[in-house]
Design a binder for this molecule. Structure first.
Ligand code: FAD
Length: 401
């Protein structure tokens, strides 16, 4: 069985105690025999960074050593996982290419990794959106996203080309693929980043909300490579497509077969509503709707406006609507032109997913509801009167032409 431990080189150690101060868990102390480690140590490696004489190391025994290529071994390249569903690209990939272009320094190339079946046509779009290179793997087995074949292909390519950074959308695909890949490569992953920067020493600074959105944490992957992050849709800005950009399409060799323990029996396309992340208008309901049936009223309003239906977590947790339409910290991030929030109080976690909307219209019977502090237009009233009145007015205006 594999186990790891913190090793202290007693000859090199000067007992300066910087490691003791650096340990976030208070697991280090000094005694007669030098630095002592207790059971609280979780091998976070903060002490390794603090030690000025390199006297501390983490060693693996009884298993394969942790894959930690030195910084020198990784290239500076930044990769973006080019997500799509049966050839229909996800907007977040273009946003990430915009972010990658901004982050790329000196000789670093921006590459998109495109896996699928008969998807070569997308490569051009990825290049015009900012990629210098597209790594394209086409195979009927990759037609639909499945964790195992996609992880296998990505891992092989990353081991071969050693990019410095790999970015994914924080979508259901990205949230499934990135952690599996990070586990396979034994590297770090920061989920749901809202900010990415490159530090002066070339590290990816991955910023994300922590502790319920009350603080922003900036996380570094100091040793392992690649540095991996997921970013929610609509957080980064895509570049204006530049058709004059040139890039190369590389078809790397990836070993087959792509084995998987899951078999796709049927592919059912979502047809009911406009995709939430791409919607210009969103009508969202919360606990104030009181029961699932009342969401029909919001569906009608969304339909009249050509928009999509969304909800707060309270409505999702109550089982009134599916999780796939939850907006907020643990749901989707949206940035429509108009976001109508009906019966939603405006918790910090809900705001985390919609506060970048251009116009926010709040309907709430409580004049002191926090949502009104963020709303562009506030309607203090009973949503069961306001929403039907809005629908009736839209229909009346439409019939008048
Ligand atoms: C770690 C964590 C993650 C979370 N993630 C999310 C997330 O992703 N998304 C999310 O939404 N929440 C999230 N939450 C939950 C969040 O804290 C709130 O509990 C939730 O957003 C409240 O939903 P709500 O506004 O629908 O309900 P409430 O806060 O109960 O508000 C209901 C509102 O409806 C109004 N109302 C009632 N009846 C009427 C009526 N007839 N007409 C008009 N107004 C009416 C009330 O005045 C009230 O303001 C998270 C919480 C935690 C701790």
């Amino acid at each position: 069985m594999k186990s790891s431990s913190l090793i202290i080189d007693t000859h090199a150690c000067t007992l300066c105690r910087l490691c003791v101060s650096a340990c976030p868990l208070g697991a280090l102390s000094t005694g007669d025999e030098g630095v002592v480690v207790d059971e609280r140590c979780n091998l976070c490696s903060a002490c390794l960074d603090a030690c000025p004489v390199g006297a501390m190391s983490i060693q693996c025994t009884g298993g394969s050593a942790r894959e930690m290529p030195s910084l020198g071994e990784a290239s500076d390249d930044i990769w973006v996982y080019a997500e799509h569903r049966r050839g229909k690209p996800a907007g977040v990939s273009f946003e990430l290419l915009g972010a990658a272009r901004r982050l790329a320094r000196g000789p670093a190339a921006v590459a998109a990794v495109l896996l699928g079946h008969e998807v070569a046509g997308l490569a051009e779009d990825l290049i015009t959106a900012g990629a210098d290179r597209v790594y394209l793997v086409e195979d009927p087995e990759l037609k639909d996203f499945r964790d195992e074949p996609y992880t296998h292909a990505m891992a092989e390519m990353i081991r071969e080309h050693r990019p410095s950074v790999v970015l994914f959308g924080a979508t259901s695909q990205g949230r499934s693929l990135a952690p599996r890949l990070a586990g396979r490569l034994k590297t770090g992953l920061t989920a749901d980043c809202t900010g990415l920067e490159i530090s002066e020493d070339g590290l990816l600074q991955q910023t994300r909300p922590a502790f319920g959105g009350n603080i922003m944490a900036t996380i570094l992957t100091r040793r392992a490579r690649p540095q991996m992050a997921t970013v929610r849709p609509r957080v980064m800005k895509r570049l204006e497509p530049d058709p004059s950009r040139a890039g190369e399409v590389i078809r790397p060799e990836v070993s087959r077969p792509f084995s998987s323990r899951t078999e796709l029996l049927e592919f059912i396309e979502e047809t009911e509503t406009v995709n939430l992340e791409d919607a210009d208008i969103i009508v969202s309901g919360g606990r104030g709707l009181a029961n699932p049936k009342n969401f029909d009223m919001l569906r009608d309003l969304a339909r009249e406006l050509g928009g999509a239906l969304a909800a707060s977590r309270a409505a999702v947790d109550a089982g009134w609507v599916p999780y796939s339409i939850q907006v907020g910290q643990t749901g989707k991030t949206v940035g429509p032109k108009v976001y109508i929030a009906a019966g939603i109080s405006g918790s910090i976690q809900h705001l985390a997913g919609m506060s970048s909307s251009d116009i926010i219209v709040a309907i709430n019977k409580d004049a002191d509801a926090p949502i009104f502090k963020f709303a562009t237009y506030g309607i203090v009233g009973d949503l069961f009167e306001v929403v039907p009145a809005l629908i009736a007015e839209i229909r009346a205006r439409r019939s008048r032409g």
